[in-house]
Design a protein around this ligand. Structure first.
Ligand SMILES: *[C@@H]1O[C@H](CO)[C@@H](O)[C@H](O)[C@H]1NC(C)=O
Ligand SMILES: *[C@@H]1O[C@H](CO)[C@@H](O)[C@H](O)[C@H]1NC(C)=O
Ligand SMILES: *[C@@H]1O[C@H](CO)[C@@H](O)[C@H](O)[C@H]1NC(C)=O
Ligand SMILES: *[C@@H]1O[C@H](CO)[C@@H](O)[C@H](O)[C@H]1NC(C)=O
Ligand SMILES: *[C@@H]1O[C@H](CO)[C@@H](O)[C@H](O)[C@H]1NC(C)=O
Ligand SMILES: *[C@@H]1O[C@H](CO)[C@@H](O)[C@H](O)[C@H]1NC(C)=O
Length: 549
Protein backbone atom coordinates (compact mmCIF):
# COMPACT_ATOMS: atom_id res chain seq x y z
CA UNK A 1 0.00 0.00 0.00
CA UNK A 2 1.43 3.41 -0.95
CA UNK A 3 2.23 5.90 1.79
CA UNK A 4 -0.22 8.44 0.51
CA UNK A 5 -3.04 5.96 0.33
CA UNK A 6 -2.28 4.74 3.85
CA UNK A 7 -2.38 8.28 5.17
CA UNK A 8 -5.64 8.92 3.38
CA UNK A 9 -7.14 5.73 4.80
CA UNK A 10 -6.11 6.52 8.33
CA UNK A 11 -7.52 10.04 7.98
CA UNK A 12 -10.76 8.50 6.82
CA UNK A 13 -10.81 6.27 9.88
CA UNK A 14 -10.19 9.23 12.16
CA UNK A 15 -12.96 11.13 10.48
CA UNK A 16 -15.35 8.20 10.83
CA UNK A 17 -14.46 7.92 14.53
CA UNK A 18 -15.06 11.64 15.00
CA UNK A 19 -18.39 11.53 13.19
CA UNK A 20 -19.61 8.38 14.92
CA UNK A 21 -18.05 9.40 18.19
CA UNK A 22 -17.73 7.11 21.14
CA UNK A 23 -20.87 6.82 23.18
CA UNK A 24 -20.84 9.62 25.76
CA UNK A 25 -19.68 9.04 29.33
CA UNK A 26 -21.45 10.18 32.47
CA UNK A 27 -19.28 10.31 35.59
CA UNK A 28 -20.54 10.21 39.16
CA UNK A 29 -18.73 10.14 42.49
CA UNK A 30 -20.89 8.86 45.30
CA UNK A 31 -20.02 9.02 48.97
CA UNK A 32 -22.10 6.48 50.89
CA UNK A 33 -22.41 7.38 54.57
CA UNK A 34 -24.70 6.98 57.53
CA UNK A 35 -26.70 10.02 58.53
CA UNK A 36 -29.68 10.80 60.70
CA UNK A 37 -32.99 11.09 58.91
CA UNK A 38 -36.50 11.46 60.33
CA UNK A 39 -38.90 10.68 57.51
CA UNK A 40 -41.70 9.69 59.91
CA UNK A 41 -40.77 12.22 62.58
CA UNK A 42 -38.61 9.69 64.47
CA UNK A 43 -34.83 10.18 64.09
CA UNK A 44 -33.18 7.05 62.71
CA UNK A 45 -30.02 5.94 60.95
CA UNK A 46 -30.25 6.40 57.20
CA UNK A 47 -27.91 5.47 54.33
CA UNK A 48 -27.12 8.64 52.40
CA UNK A 49 -25.41 9.20 49.08
CA UNK A 50 -23.54 12.51 48.99
CA UNK A 51 -25.66 13.50 51.97
CA UNK A 52 -28.92 12.81 50.13
CA UNK A 53 -31.87 10.60 50.95
CA UNK A 54 -33.18 9.34 48.54
CA UNK A 55 -29.92 9.25 46.60
CA UNK A 56 -29.07 11.38 43.56
CA UNK A 57 -30.76 10.60 40.29
CA UNK A 58 -28.98 9.39 37.19
CA UNK A 59 -30.17 10.96 33.95
CA UNK A 60 -28.94 8.96 31.01
CA UNK A 61 -29.65 8.56 27.33
CA UNK A 62 -29.59 5.17 25.65
CA UNK A 63 -26.03 4.07 24.82
CA UNK A 64 -24.49 6.32 27.49
CA UNK A 65 -21.64 4.86 29.49
CA UNK A 66 -22.26 5.35 33.19
CA UNK A 67 -19.27 5.44 35.52
CA UNK A 68 -20.02 5.57 39.25
CA UNK A 69 -17.15 5.73 41.72
CA UNK A 70 -18.64 4.55 45.01
CA UNK A 71 -16.90 5.36 48.31
CA UNK A 72 -18.20 3.06 51.02
CA UNK A 73 -18.03 5.01 54.26
CA UNK A 74 -20.37 2.69 56.15
CA UNK A 75 -18.95 0.27 58.72
CA UNK A 76 -19.97 -2.76 56.67
CA UNK A 77 -19.66 -4.14 53.13
CA UNK A 78 -21.86 -2.54 50.50
CA UNK A 79 -23.04 -3.02 46.88
CA UNK A 80 -25.38 -1.23 44.49
CA UNK A 81 -27.55 -3.01 41.97
CA UNK A 82 -29.02 -1.17 38.95
CA UNK A 83 -32.51 -2.53 39.03
CA UNK A 84 -33.81 -3.47 35.58
CA UNK A 85 -30.72 -2.37 33.66
CA UNK A 86 -29.83 -5.29 31.42
CA UNK A 87 -26.01 -5.04 31.45
CA UNK A 88 -25.76 -6.98 28.20
CA UNK A 89 -22.72 -9.33 28.20
CA UNK A 90 -21.75 -7.71 31.46
CA UNK A 91 -23.16 -9.33 34.60
CA UNK A 92 -19.89 -8.16 36.20
CA UNK A 93 -21.60 -4.83 36.84
CA UNK A 94 -24.89 -6.18 38.20
CA UNK A 95 -23.87 -5.60 41.79
CA UNK A 96 -25.45 -8.68 43.38
CA UNK A 97 -23.56 -10.90 45.84
CA UNK A 98 -23.52 -13.64 43.18
CA UNK A 99 -21.61 -11.50 40.70
CA UNK A 100 -19.52 -9.08 42.73
CA UNK A 101 -17.40 -9.00 45.85
CA UNK A 102 -18.72 -6.42 48.27
CA UNK A 103 -17.05 -3.01 48.54
CA UNK A 104 -15.22 -3.15 51.86
CA UNK A 105 -15.80 -0.36 54.40
CA UNK A 106 -13.46 2.57 53.86
CA UNK A 107 -12.73 1.65 50.23
CA UNK A 108 -14.09 2.67 46.84
CA UNK A 109 -15.04 0.79 43.72
CA UNK A 110 -16.10 2.05 40.29
CA UNK A 111 -19.06 0.64 38.39
CA UNK A 112 -18.93 1.02 34.64
CA UNK A 113 -21.92 0.03 32.55
CA UNK A 114 -23.77 1.07 29.44
CA UNK A 115 -27.52 1.63 29.20
CA UNK A 116 -29.08 0.40 25.96
CA UNK A 117 -32.47 0.74 24.35
CA UNK A 118 -34.48 0.42 27.51
CA UNK A 119 -36.15 3.80 27.38
CA UNK A 120 -37.88 4.41 30.66
CA UNK A 121 -37.90 4.57 34.42
CA UNK A 122 -35.57 2.57 36.64
CA UNK A 123 -33.96 2.81 40.05
CA UNK A 124 -30.86 1.59 41.85
CA UNK A 125 -30.62 0.26 45.38
CA UNK A 126 -28.20 -1.38 47.83
CA UNK A 127 -28.30 -5.15 47.36
CA UNK A 128 -26.74 -6.45 50.59
CA UNK A 129 -28.43 -7.22 53.90
CA UNK A 130 -31.49 -5.04 54.37
CA UNK A 131 -29.65 -1.82 53.48
CA UNK A 132 -32.55 -0.75 51.31
CA UNK A 133 -34.56 -0.29 54.53
CA UNK A 134 -32.28 2.66 55.34
CA UNK A 135 -32.14 4.33 51.92
CA UNK A 136 -29.31 4.19 49.39
CA UNK A 137 -31.82 4.07 46.54
CA UNK A 138 -32.49 6.60 43.82
CA UNK A 139 -33.98 7.09 40.37
CA UNK A 140 -32.37 6.22 37.06
CA UNK A 141 -33.88 7.64 33.87
CA UNK A 142 -33.03 6.37 30.42
CA UNK A 143 -34.06 8.90 27.77
CA UNK A 144 -34.39 8.12 24.09
CA UNK A 145 -31.83 9.52 21.70
CA UNK A 146 -33.18 12.62 19.99
CA UNK A 147 -33.53 10.96 16.61
CA UNK A 148 -35.73 8.19 17.96
CA UNK A 149 -39.08 9.64 19.03
CA UNK A 150 -41.09 8.29 21.93
CA UNK A 151 -44.83 7.76 21.39
CA UNK A 152 -46.05 10.90 23.20
CA UNK A 153 -45.41 14.63 23.14
CA UNK A 154 -42.66 16.10 25.32
CA UNK A 155 -44.07 16.73 28.77
CA UNK A 156 -43.75 20.14 30.42
CA UNK A 157 -41.58 18.55 33.11
CA UNK A 158 -40.99 15.22 34.80
CA UNK A 159 -41.30 14.20 38.41
CA UNK A 160 -40.08 11.24 40.45
CA UNK A 161 -42.35 9.24 42.71
CA UNK A 162 -40.10 6.81 44.59
CA UNK A 163 -42.59 5.30 47.00
CA UNK A 164 -42.21 2.52 49.50
CA UNK A 165 -43.25 1.17 52.86
CA UNK A 166 -40.98 2.33 55.69
CA UNK A 167 -39.69 1.03 59.03
CA UNK A 168 -38.43 3.32 61.76
CA UNK A 169 -35.98 0.64 63.00
CA UNK A 170 -32.43 0.66 61.67
CA UNK A 171 -31.41 -1.78 58.98
CA UNK A 172 -29.19 -3.56 61.51
CA UNK A 173 -32.03 -4.18 63.91
CA UNK A 174 -34.21 -5.39 61.05
CA UNK A 175 -31.44 -7.73 59.90
CA UNK A 176 -31.05 -9.08 63.42
CA UNK A 177 -34.76 -9.85 63.45
CA UNK A 178 -34.31 -11.92 60.32
CA UNK A 179 -31.12 -13.58 61.57
CA UNK A 180 -32.88 -14.70 64.73
CA UNK A 181 -35.96 -16.19 63.14
CA UNK A 182 -38.27 -13.21 63.45
CA UNK A 183 -40.05 -11.54 60.58
CA UNK A 184 -39.79 -7.85 59.74
CA UNK A 185 -43.34 -7.36 60.94
CA UNK A 186 -45.43 -4.43 59.79
CA UNK A 187 -43.89 -1.23 58.49
CA UNK A 188 -44.60 2.01 60.33
CA UNK A 189 -45.52 4.07 57.30
CA UNK A 190 -45.21 4.78 53.60
CA UNK A 191 -42.95 7.42 52.04
CA UNK A 192 -42.93 9.27 48.75
CA UNK A 193 -39.42 10.48 47.88
CA UNK A 194 -38.37 9.99 51.50
CA UNK A 195 -41.23 11.85 53.16
CA UNK A 196 -44.95 12.17 53.61
CA UNK A 197 -47.11 15.26 53.91
CA UNK A 198 -48.61 16.04 57.32
CA UNK A 199 -51.85 17.36 55.91
CA UNK A 200 -52.09 20.10 58.57
CA UNK A 201 -51.73 23.00 56.17
CA UNK A 202 -47.99 23.33 56.78
CA UNK A 203 -46.86 21.19 53.84
CA UNK A 204 -44.90 22.65 50.98
CA UNK A 205 -45.92 21.28 47.58
CA UNK A 206 -43.71 18.46 46.33
CA UNK A 207 -44.46 19.43 42.74
CA UNK A 208 -46.23 22.20 40.85
CA UNK A 209 -48.13 22.01 37.58
CA UNK A 210 -48.98 24.80 35.13
CA UNK A 211 -52.68 24.67 34.17
CA UNK A 212 -53.24 22.94 30.86
CA UNK A 213 -49.79 21.34 30.76
CA UNK A 214 -48.97 17.63 30.84
CA UNK A 215 -46.37 16.17 33.19
CA UNK A 216 -44.55 12.88 33.30
CA UNK A 217 -44.47 11.05 36.62
CA UNK A 218 -41.91 8.29 37.05
CA UNK A 219 -43.25 5.91 39.67
CA UNK A 220 -41.33 3.06 41.34
CA UNK A 221 -42.07 0.95 44.39
CA UNK A 222 -38.75 1.01 46.25
CA UNK A 223 -40.17 -0.50 49.46
CA UNK A 224 -39.49 -3.74 51.31
CA UNK A 225 -42.72 -5.74 51.19
CA UNK A 226 -45.96 -3.95 50.39
CA UNK A 227 -47.57 -3.43 47.04
CA UNK A 228 -48.77 0.17 46.83
CA UNK A 229 -51.63 1.84 45.05
CA UNK A 230 -50.74 5.18 43.43
CA UNK A 231 -53.33 7.83 42.62
CA UNK A 232 -53.80 11.60 42.40
CA UNK A 233 -56.93 13.25 43.73
CA UNK A 234 -59.31 14.25 40.95
CA UNK A 235 -56.93 13.25 38.15
CA UNK A 236 -56.69 10.28 35.88
CA UNK A 237 -53.31 9.00 34.82
CA UNK A 238 -52.24 7.81 31.39
CA UNK A 239 -49.79 4.93 31.38
CA UNK A 240 -47.08 5.23 28.71
CA UNK A 241 -44.18 3.01 29.76
CA UNK A 242 -43.49 0.04 32.01
CA UNK A 243 -39.95 -1.02 32.92
CA UNK A 244 -38.48 -0.09 29.55
CA UNK A 245 -41.39 -0.88 27.21
CA UNK A 246 -43.82 1.57 25.69
CA UNK A 247 -47.32 0.33 26.29
CA UNK A 248 -50.81 0.94 24.97
CA UNK A 249 -51.75 4.25 26.56
CA UNK A 250 -54.64 3.28 28.80
CA UNK A 251 -56.10 5.76 31.27
CA UNK A 252 -56.48 4.68 34.91
CA UNK A 253 -57.79 6.19 38.15
CA UNK A 254 -54.99 4.48 40.04
CA UNK A 255 -52.15 2.01 39.56
CA UNK A 256 -51.09 -0.94 41.69
CA UNK A 257 -47.32 -0.98 41.84
CA UNK A 258 -45.79 -4.14 43.28
CA UNK A 259 -42.41 -4.04 45.02
CA UNK A 260 -39.65 -3.46 42.47
CA UNK A 261 -41.97 -2.36 39.65
CA UNK A 262 -41.82 0.97 37.81
CA UNK A 263 -44.31 2.82 35.63
CA UNK A 264 -44.19 6.09 33.70
CA UNK A 265 -47.48 8.00 33.46
CA UNK A 266 -48.69 11.30 32.07
CA UNK A 267 -50.90 13.63 34.11
CA UNK A 268 -52.55 16.73 32.67
CA UNK A 269 -53.32 19.72 34.89
CA UNK A 270 -56.85 20.22 33.59
CA UNK A 271 -58.86 20.38 36.82
CA UNK A 272 -59.87 23.25 39.14
CA UNK A 273 -56.87 25.42 40.05
CA UNK A 274 -56.05 24.27 43.58
CA UNK A 275 -53.87 21.82 45.46
CA UNK A 276 -54.25 18.05 45.19
CA UNK A 277 -52.83 15.11 47.08
CA UNK A 278 -50.85 12.40 45.44
CA UNK A 279 -51.44 9.19 47.43
CA UNK A 280 -49.56 5.92 47.90
CA UNK A 281 -51.26 3.35 50.12
CA UNK A 282 -50.61 -0.26 51.06
CA UNK A 283 -52.49 -3.05 49.31
CA UNK A 284 -53.40 -6.59 50.45
CA UNK A 285 -52.49 -5.80 54.06
CA UNK A 286 -54.38 -5.92 57.36
CA UNK A 287 -53.03 -2.46 58.13
CA UNK A 288 -53.75 0.57 56.02
CA UNK A 289 -50.73 2.85 55.64
CA UNK A 290 -50.72 5.87 53.37
CA UNK A 291 -48.25 8.49 52.20
CA UNK A 292 -49.37 11.68 50.58
CA UNK A 293 -47.64 14.55 48.82
CA UNK A 294 -49.03 17.90 47.68
CA UNK A 295 -49.26 18.87 44.04
CA UNK A 296 -50.00 22.55 43.47
CA UNK A 297 -51.37 24.22 40.36
CA UNK A 298 -49.33 27.39 39.77
CA UNK A 299 -52.56 29.39 39.95
CA UNK A 300 -53.84 27.42 42.93
CA UNK A 301 -56.74 29.10 44.69
CA UNK A 302 -57.23 26.66 47.54
CA UNK A 303 -55.98 23.79 49.65
CA UNK A 304 -56.28 20.12 48.78
CA UNK A 305 -59.37 18.34 50.01
CA UNK A 306 -58.56 16.24 53.09
CA UNK A 307 -60.72 13.49 51.64
CA UNK A 308 -58.43 11.02 49.89
CA UNK A 309 -59.72 8.85 47.06
CA UNK A 310 -60.12 5.28 48.33
CA UNK A 311 -57.77 2.57 47.16
CA UNK A 312 -59.20 -0.43 45.32
CA UNK A 313 -60.03 -3.51 47.38
CA UNK A 314 -58.88 -7.10 46.85
CA UNK A 315 -56.39 -8.59 44.46
CA UNK A 316 -58.79 -9.40 41.61
CA UNK A 317 -58.72 -5.69 40.77
CA UNK A 318 -54.95 -5.80 40.55
CA UNK A 319 -55.07 -8.92 38.39
CA UNK A 320 -57.47 -7.24 35.98
CA UNK A 321 -55.22 -4.23 35.82
CA UNK A 322 -52.26 -6.47 34.99
CA UNK A 323 -54.27 -7.96 32.13
CA UNK A 324 -55.01 -4.52 30.73
CA UNK A 325 -51.28 -3.78 30.24
CA UNK A 326 -50.42 -4.25 26.58
CA UNK A 327 -47.27 -3.61 24.68
CA UNK A 328 -47.67 -0.96 21.95
CA UNK A 329 -46.47 -2.96 18.97
CA UNK A 330 -46.48 0.05 16.68
CA UNK A 331 -44.66 2.48 18.96
CA UNK A 332 -41.72 3.81 17.02
CA UNK A 333 -39.39 4.04 20.00
CA UNK A 334 -36.33 1.85 20.29
CA UNK A 335 -37.00 -1.46 21.99
CA UNK A 336 -35.14 -3.55 24.48
CA UNK A 337 -34.54 -7.20 23.78
CA UNK A 338 -35.02 -7.04 20.01
CA UNK A 339 -34.44 -10.78 19.56
CA UNK A 340 -37.88 -12.25 19.13
CA UNK A 341 -39.57 -9.04 20.22
CA UNK A 342 -42.21 -9.14 17.59
CA UNK A 343 -43.09 -12.81 17.41
CA UNK A 344 -42.29 -14.28 20.79
CA UNK A 345 -45.57 -16.18 20.64
CA UNK A 346 -44.33 -18.24 17.70
CA UNK A 347 -41.04 -19.41 19.16
CA UNK A 348 -40.98 -23.02 20.35
CA UNK A 349 -40.47 -23.36 24.08
CA UNK A 350 -37.38 -25.48 24.76
CA UNK A 351 -37.72 -25.68 28.51
CA UNK A 352 -40.37 -25.06 31.15
CA UNK A 353 -39.17 -24.21 34.63
CA UNK A 354 -41.75 -24.26 37.40
CA UNK A 355 -40.78 -22.47 40.58
CA UNK A 356 -42.81 -22.67 43.77
CA UNK A 357 -42.04 -20.60 46.83
CA UNK A 358 -42.38 -21.82 50.40
CA UNK A 359 -41.53 -20.84 53.94
CA UNK A 360 -40.15 -22.93 56.79
CA UNK A 361 -39.58 -22.26 60.47
CA UNK A 362 -37.49 -25.34 61.16
CA UNK A 363 -34.02 -23.75 60.85
CA UNK A 364 -35.02 -20.29 61.95
CA UNK A 365 -37.14 -18.48 59.40
CA UNK A 366 -36.26 -19.43 55.80
CA UNK A 367 -37.89 -18.86 52.43
CA UNK A 368 -37.23 -21.13 49.48
CA UNK A 369 -37.77 -21.76 45.80
CA UNK A 370 -38.47 -25.43 44.98
CA UNK A 371 -37.44 -26.20 48.57
CA UNK A 372 -33.94 -24.70 48.25
CA UNK A 373 -33.21 -21.64 50.34
CA UNK A 374 -30.38 -19.73 48.73
CA UNK A 375 -27.30 -18.66 50.70
CA UNK A 376 -24.57 -16.45 49.25
CA UNK A 377 -21.16 -18.14 49.34
CA UNK A 378 -18.15 -15.98 50.17
CA UNK A 379 -16.85 -16.40 46.63
CA UNK A 380 -19.33 -14.84 44.18
CA UNK A 381 -20.83 -17.52 41.94
CA UNK A 382 -19.80 -15.76 38.75
CA UNK A 383 -16.18 -15.49 39.84
CA UNK A 384 -16.07 -19.15 40.89
CA UNK A 385 -17.42 -20.12 37.48
CA UNK A 386 -15.04 -17.84 35.57
CA UNK A 387 -12.02 -19.14 37.46
CA UNK A 388 -13.10 -22.74 36.83
CA UNK A 389 -13.64 -23.55 40.50
CA UNK A 390 -17.43 -23.59 40.56
CA UNK A 391 -17.37 -27.14 41.94
CA UNK A 392 -15.65 -25.88 45.10
CA UNK A 393 -18.33 -23.26 45.72
CA UNK A 394 -21.71 -24.54 44.54
CA UNK A 395 -23.55 -27.22 42.62
CA UNK A 396 -25.58 -26.51 39.53
CA UNK A 397 -29.21 -27.50 39.42
CA UNK A 398 -29.80 -28.50 43.03
CA UNK A 399 -33.43 -27.83 42.21
CA UNK A 400 -35.15 -29.45 39.26
CA UNK A 401 -37.55 -27.81 36.83
CA UNK A 402 -40.55 -29.19 38.77
CA UNK A 403 -41.20 -28.21 42.38
CA UNK A 404 -40.83 -31.20 44.71
CA UNK A 405 -43.93 -32.63 46.36
CA UNK A 406 -42.66 -31.58 49.79
CA UNK A 407 -41.94 -27.88 49.73
CA UNK A 408 -41.43 -27.71 53.47
CA UNK A 409 -38.19 -29.73 53.84
CA UNK A 410 -35.88 -26.90 52.96
CA UNK A 411 -32.17 -27.22 52.07
CA UNK A 412 -29.88 -24.20 52.62
CA UNK A 413 -27.32 -24.05 49.76
CA UNK A 414 -26.44 -21.69 46.91
CA UNK A 415 -29.27 -22.08 44.38
CA UNK A 416 -27.93 -21.97 40.82
CA UNK A 417 -29.56 -23.30 37.68
CA UNK A 418 -28.06 -23.19 34.24
CA UNK A 419 -29.74 -22.22 31.06
CA UNK A 420 -28.46 -23.09 27.62
CA UNK A 421 -27.35 -19.96 25.80
CA UNK A 422 -30.13 -18.62 23.51
CA UNK A 423 -32.77 -21.12 24.61
CA UNK A 424 -36.32 -19.82 24.69
CA UNK A 425 -37.64 -20.66 28.13
CA UNK A 426 -40.95 -20.46 29.94
CA UNK A 427 -40.87 -19.87 33.69
CA UNK A 428 -43.95 -20.50 35.81
CA UNK A 429 -44.06 -18.99 39.28
CA UNK A 430 -46.44 -20.89 41.55
CA UNK A 431 -47.50 -19.23 44.75
CA UNK A 432 -49.19 -21.72 47.08
CA UNK A 433 -49.00 -19.21 49.93
CA UNK A 434 -51.27 -16.53 51.28
CA UNK A 435 -49.22 -13.43 50.49
CA UNK A 436 -48.62 -11.74 47.17
CA UNK A 437 -45.11 -12.25 45.71
CA UNK A 438 -43.01 -10.08 43.42
CA UNK A 439 -40.16 -11.54 41.33
CA UNK A 440 -37.41 -9.78 39.42
CA UNK A 441 -34.95 -11.23 36.93
CA UNK A 442 -31.70 -9.35 36.34
CA UNK A 443 -30.11 -9.11 32.89
CA UNK A 444 -33.33 -9.47 30.96
CA UNK A 445 -36.73 -8.22 30.04
CA UNK A 446 -39.26 -11.03 29.89
CA UNK A 447 -42.71 -11.29 28.37
CA UNK A 448 -45.20 -11.33 31.23
CA UNK A 449 -47.74 -13.54 29.42
CA UNK A 450 -50.17 -14.53 32.18
CA UNK A 451 -51.18 -14.35 35.81
CA UNK A 452 -54.07 -16.56 36.92
CA UNK A 453 -55.57 -17.95 40.09
CA UNK A 454 -55.20 -21.68 40.82
CA UNK A 455 -52.57 -24.15 39.64
CA UNK A 456 -50.75 -24.07 36.34
CA UNK A 457 -51.04 -26.93 33.86
CA UNK A 458 -49.88 -27.13 30.22
CA UNK A 459 -53.38 -26.45 28.88
CA UNK A 460 -53.28 -23.04 30.61
CA UNK A 461 -50.94 -21.97 27.84
CA UNK A 462 -53.98 -21.27 25.70
CA UNK A 463 -54.70 -18.37 28.06
CA UNK A 464 -51.31 -16.74 27.51
CA UNK A 465 -51.08 -13.37 25.84
CA UNK A 466 -48.86 -14.42 22.93
CA UNK A 467 -49.36 -11.22 20.99
CA UNK A 468 -48.71 -8.06 22.99
CA UNK A 469 -47.65 -8.98 26.53
CA UNK A 470 -45.44 -6.32 28.09
CA UNK A 471 -41.70 -6.96 28.13
CA UNK A 472 -40.64 -6.08 31.69
CA UNK A 473 -38.39 -7.10 34.59
CA UNK A 474 -40.65 -7.64 37.62
CA UNK A 475 -43.88 -9.64 37.95
CA UNK A 476 -46.25 -10.18 40.85
CA UNK A 477 -47.82 -13.51 41.78
CA UNK A 478 -51.05 -13.33 43.76
CA UNK A 479 -51.86 -15.76 46.60
CA UNK A 480 -52.84 -19.26 45.41
CA UNK A 481 -52.03 -18.18 41.87
CA UNK A 482 -49.41 -18.56 39.20
CA UNK A 483 -47.66 -16.28 36.74
CA UNK A 484 -45.92 -17.17 33.48
CA UNK A 485 -43.07 -15.39 31.74
CA UNK A 486 -41.18 -16.19 28.54
CA UNK A 487 -37.76 -15.12 27.40
CA UNK A 488 -34.73 -15.99 25.33
CA UNK A 489 -31.65 -16.55 27.47
CA UNK A 490 -29.38 -14.65 25.10
CA UNK A 491 -27.49 -12.53 27.65
CA UNK A 492 -24.52 -14.50 28.93
CA UNK A 493 -23.77 -14.02 32.60
CA UNK A 494 -24.83 -14.97 36.11
CA UNK A 495 -28.24 -13.45 36.76
CA UNK A 496 -30.20 -13.12 39.97
CA UNK A 497 -33.85 -14.19 39.99
CA UNK A 498 -35.21 -12.96 43.28
CA UNK A 499 -38.13 -12.07 45.41
CA UNK A 500 -38.22 -8.28 45.57
CA UNK A 501 -39.58 -8.58 49.10
CA UNK A 502 -36.57 -7.87 51.30
CA UNK A 503 -37.38 -10.43 53.99
CA UNK A 504 -38.00 -13.25 51.52
CA UNK A 505 -34.92 -12.45 49.47
CA UNK A 506 -32.60 -12.08 52.45
CA UNK A 507 -33.82 -15.40 53.86
CA UNK A 508 -33.33 -17.38 50.66
CA UNK A 509 -36.16 -16.84 48.14
CA UNK A 510 -33.86 -16.25 45.21
CA UNK A 511 -31.62 -18.12 42.82
CA UNK A 512 -29.10 -17.44 40.07
CA UNK A 513 -29.34 -18.42 36.43
CA UNK A 514 -25.98 -19.19 34.87
CA UNK A 515 -26.04 -18.50 31.15
CA UNK A 516 -22.69 -19.49 29.65
CA UNK A 517 -21.60 -18.66 26.16
CA UNK A 518 -20.31 -21.99 24.87
CA UNK A 519 -17.27 -20.53 23.11
CA UNK A 520 -16.06 -18.25 25.95
CA UNK A 521 -16.31 -15.63 23.23
CA UNK A 522 -16.04 -11.87 23.61
CA UNK A 523 -18.91 -11.64 21.17
CA UNK A 524 -21.16 -13.04 23.88
CA UNK A 525 -19.64 -11.86 27.15
CA UNK A 526 -17.07 -9.36 28.36
CA UNK A 527 -13.93 -10.45 30.15
CA UNK A 528 -13.50 -10.08 33.85
CA UNK A 529 -12.77 -6.34 34.15
CA UNK A 530 -9.27 -5.52 35.44
CA UNK A 531 -10.85 -3.52 38.22
CA UNK A 532 -13.22 -6.26 39.44
CA UNK A 533 -12.87 -6.88 43.18
CA UNK A 534 -11.69 -10.37 44.06
CA UNK A 535 -12.53 -12.26 47.22
CA UNK A 536 -13.03 -15.76 48.61
CA UNK A 537 -11.07 -18.59 47.03
CA UNK A 538 -10.30 -16.73 43.79
CA UNK A 539 -8.62 -13.81 45.57
CA UNK A 540 -5.06 -14.88 44.87
CA UNK A 541 -5.61 -17.27 42.00
CA UNK A 542 -3.96 -16.56 38.64
CA UNK A 543 -6.38 -14.92 36.23
CA UNK A 544 -7.80 -17.35 33.67
CA UNK A 545 -6.99 -16.66 30.02
CA UNK A 546 -9.32 -13.98 28.66
CA UNK A 547 -12.21 -14.74 26.37
CA UNK A 548 -11.27 -14.72 22.71
CA UNK A 549 -12.85 -12.52 20.08
C1 LIG B 1 -17.63 11.26 52.60
O1 LIG B 1 -18.36 11.90 53.63
C2 LIG B 1 -17.73 11.81 54.88
C3 LIG B 1 -18.70 12.35 55.91
O2 LIG B 1 -19.21 13.59 55.50
C4 LIG B 1 -16.41 12.57 54.84
O3 LIG B 1 -15.77 12.45 56.06
C5 LIG B 1 -15.54 11.98 53.75
O4 LIG B 1 -14.38 12.71 53.60
C6 LIG B 1 -16.28 11.93 52.43
N1 LIG B 1 -15.48 11.20 51.47
C7 LIG B 1 -15.37 11.55 50.19
C8 LIG B 1 -14.54 10.68 49.32
O5 LIG B 1 -15.92 12.54 49.74
C1 LIG C 1 -32.73 15.08 34.75
O1 LIG C 1 -33.64 15.37 33.70
C2 LIG C 1 -34.81 16.06 34.11
C3 LIG C 1 -35.74 16.17 32.94
O2 LIG C 1 -35.11 16.75 31.85
C4 LIG C 1 -34.44 17.40 34.72
O3 LIG C 1 -35.60 18.04 35.18
C5 LIG C 1 -33.48 17.18 35.87
O4 LIG C 1 -33.05 18.40 36.40
C6 LIG C 1 -32.28 16.38 35.44
N1 LIG C 1 -31.46 16.06 36.60
C7 LIG C 1 -30.15 16.23 36.63
C8 LIG C 1 -29.47 15.84 37.88
O5 LIG C 1 -29.54 16.66 35.68
C1 LIG D 1 -11.05 5.15 43.92
O1 LIG D 1 -11.11 6.56 43.75
C2 LIG D 1 -9.94 7.11 43.16
C3 LIG D 1 -10.04 8.60 43.25
O2 LIG D 1 -11.20 9.08 42.68
C4 LIG D 1 -9.83 6.60 41.74
O3 LIG D 1 -8.69 7.11 41.10
C5 LIG D 1 -9.73 5.08 41.78
O4 LIG D 1 -9.74 4.56 40.47
C6 LIG D 1 -10.91 4.50 42.55
N1 LIG D 1 -10.68 3.07 42.74
C7 LIG D 1 -11.52 2.14 42.33
C8 LIG D 1 -11.14 0.72 42.61
O5 LIG D 1 -12.56 2.40 41.75
C1 LIG E 1 -48.68 3.34 19.89
O1 LIG E 1 -47.65 4.13 19.39
C2 LIG E 1 -48.00 4.81 18.21
C3 LIG E 1 -46.75 5.39 17.57
O2 LIG E 1 -46.08 6.27 18.39
C4 LIG E 1 -49.05 5.84 18.57
O3 LIG E 1 -49.39 6.61 17.43
C5 LIG E 1 -50.26 5.09 19.05
O4 LIG E 1 -51.24 6.00 19.48
C6 LIG E 1 -49.92 4.15 20.21
N1 LIG E 1 -51.05 3.28 20.39
C7 LIG E 1 -51.71 3.15 21.55
C8 LIG E 1 -52.88 2.24 21.51
O5 LIG E 1 -51.36 3.68 22.60
C1 LIG F 1 -41.68 -25.66 16.41
O1 LIG F 1 -42.17 -26.95 16.66
C2 LIG F 1 -43.02 -27.45 15.67
C3 LIG F 1 -43.65 -28.76 16.15
O2 LIG F 1 -42.72 -29.52 16.85
C4 LIG F 1 -42.21 -27.62 14.37
O3 LIG F 1 -43.03 -28.11 13.35
C5 LIG F 1 -41.65 -26.27 13.99
O4 LIG F 1 -40.80 -26.39 12.87
C6 LIG F 1 -40.87 -25.62 15.12
N1 LIG F 1 -40.58 -24.26 14.78
C7 LIG F 1 -39.36 -23.74 14.88
C8 LIG F 1 -39.23 -22.29 14.49
O5 LIG F 1 -38.40 -24.37 15.27
C1 LIG G 1 -24.46 -26.62 33.70
O1 LIG G 1 -23.14 -26.12 33.75
C2 LIG G 1 -22.17 -27.11 34.03
C3 LIG G 1 -20.86 -26.44 34.19
O2 LIG G 1 -20.55 -25.66 33.08
C4 LIG G 1 -22.18 -28.12 32.92
O3 LIG G 1 -21.27 -29.14 33.24
C5 LIG G 1 -23.55 -28.71 32.76
O4 LIG G 1 -23.60 -29.53 31.65
C6 LIG G 1 -24.57 -27.62 32.59
N1 LIG G 1 -25.90 -28.17 32.60
C7 LIG G 1 -26.84 -27.73 31.80
C8 LIG G 1 -28.19 -28.37 31.99
O5 LIG G 1 -26.67 -26.89 30.96
Amino acid sequence: MGGKRKLWLSMLCLLAAAVQGEDPYLYYTWNVTYGTISPLGVPQQGILINGQFPGPEINSTSNNNIVVNVFNNLDEPFLFTWHGIQHRKNSWQDGTPGTSCPIAPGTNYTYHFQVKDQIGTFFYYPSLGVHRAAGGFGGLRVFSRLLIPVPYADPEDEYWVLMGDWYTKSHNILRKFLDTGRSLGSPQGVLINGKTAKGDGSDEPLYTMIPGKTYKYRICNVGLKDALNFRIQGHSIKLVETEGSHVVQNVYDSLDVHVGQCFTVLVTADKDPKDYYMVASTRFTKYDLTAKALIRYTNSAGPASPELPPSPVGWAWSLNQFRSFRWNLTASAARPNPQGSYHYGQINITRTIKLANSVSRVQGLRYAINAVSHVDPETPLKLAEYYGVADKVFNYNTISDEPPFDLNSITKVPNVINATFRDFIEIIFENHGKTVQSYNLDGYSFFAVAIEPGRWSPEKRKNYNLLDAVSRHTIQVFPKSWAAIMLTFDNAGMWNLRSEHAENRYLGQQLYVSVLSPGRSLRDEYNLPDTQLLCGIVKDMPKPPPYSS
